[in-house]
Design a protein around this ligand. Structure first.
Ligand SMILES: NC(=O)NC1=NC(=O)NC1=O
Length: 171
């Protein structure tokens, strides 16, 4: 898909295509559409990220809370979005043994209890060994710093999802 195609989309098409660039936050795509036309992928991405950066902390934490846990209940129940399912499978999180799954569940619970939002990491850039290690490390970060780190991961996930969408059908 090229940027001309994106710029030709009406509101409904745009949100259909880009509504899950930020996990379960179609509002962001709905807001970004009004910034059309976009000069390229970087410009489109810049508007997604600017929306996130302009939110109050409650809104930014809300975005994090829209993310399913890594290797959590939704993965077990098969209720993940298609993108999230692909990302978590790609990181090997669908083939954890019982011990690995339990450890991740414990770490996720500790993290959420400390920060009030779930641990978010770009799974496609990680793997089954690195996820618990990174979670354990970030668990000790100061809350203000951890919010910034987690939002950085949301942007990495968004960047990869946008690249998939715009890179798709590239001949
Ligand atoms: N809590 C999370 O980090 N969730 C996720 N990271 C991804 O890359 N995909 C997800 O669903």
């Amino acid at each position: 898909m090229d940027i001309e195609k994106v710029n030709s989309m009406d509101f409904g098409e745009f949100v259909d295509v880009f509504g899950n660039v930020i996990e379960r936050c179609p509002l962001i795509a709905a807001a970004v559409w009004s910034q059309s036309p976009f000069s390229n992928l970087e410009d489109l991405e810049k508007h997604f990220f600017a929306f996130i950066d302009a939110l109050p902390q409650s809104g930014q934490e809300g975005i994090l809370r829209c993310h399913p846990d890594l290797a959590g209940r939704e993965l077990q129940q098969g209720t993940l979005t298609a993108e999230s399912q692909r990302e978590q499978r790609g990181a090997g999180l669908t083939s954890l043994n019982a011990d690995e799954r339990l450890r991740l569940a414990e770490l996720n619970a500790q993290y959420r209890a400390r920060f009030g939002f779930p641990f978010v990491l770009a799974a496609r850039l990680s793997d089954r060994a690195a996820v618990p290690r990174e979670l354990a490390r970030r668990l000790h970060c100061p809350p203000a710093q951890e919010l910034r780190t987690a939002l950085g991961e949301v942007k990495k996930i968004g960047h990869l999802r946008l690249a998939d969408l715009l890179g798709a059908e590239q001949t």
